[in-house]
Design a protein around this ligand. Structure first.
Ligand SMILES: [Zn+2]
Length: 162
């Protein structure tokens, strides 16, 4: 059985700035009001016969959203973002000819090659899976859609083979 959580109605959102390094139009820092949709598939279990408690699922997604909210998302594993200094107060990096210096408190450093909707969807899925694996042993699949506003999003699907 599946549970489905619609991010726009369940208020699973975050607003962040990012850039797609070297991309013609998305290479400049710009922002999105992201919305996260979630599907979790598994066997019903426990006292109430839930797949996962809706509240718990929303809490997990919200905790990830709040880490990213109102930050500049920086992909630490990018091949084109070259870090020149990571101080206590600021972070410096270059992308091609561009030089950036940002306050560290305004940034969220992510272990990703890119902060595209595709990579963020994968990141959310892996983070949610980690948590669910520890808590629920009957989960077989997590699907996440990270929407860059309304109308476009990237969908990532991860299954556990049993
Ligand atoms: Zn963008």
């Amino acid at each position: 059985m599946k549970i489905v959580i619609n991010g726009i109605h369940a208020n699973l959102r975050f607003s962040s700035a990012h850039m797609i390094p070297l991309h013609e139009s998305c290479g400049g820092i710009h922002g999105h009001s992201y919305i996260v949709d979630l599907v979790i598939e598994g066997e019903r279990c426990g006292k109430y016969g839930f797949v996962v408690d809706f509240k718990k699922a929303k809490d997990i997604v919200r905790s990830i959203c709040s880490k990213l909210d109102h930050k500049v998302l920086i992909p630490c594993k990018s091949d084109v973002v070259k870090f020149t200094d990571k101080g206590e107060k600021s972070i410096e990096f270059t992308v091609g000819q561009k030089e950036y210096k940002l306050p560290i408190e305004d940034c969220c450093l992510l272990p990703l090659k890119s902060t595209s909707a595709e990579d963020l969807a994968e990141y959310f899925t892996e983070e949610i899976f980690k948590y669910l694996e520890e808590t629920y042993n009957k989960i077989s699949r997590v699907q996440i859609c990270v929407n860059e506003g309304i109308g476009q999003g990237a969908y990532f699907d991860k299954s556990i083979k049993t």
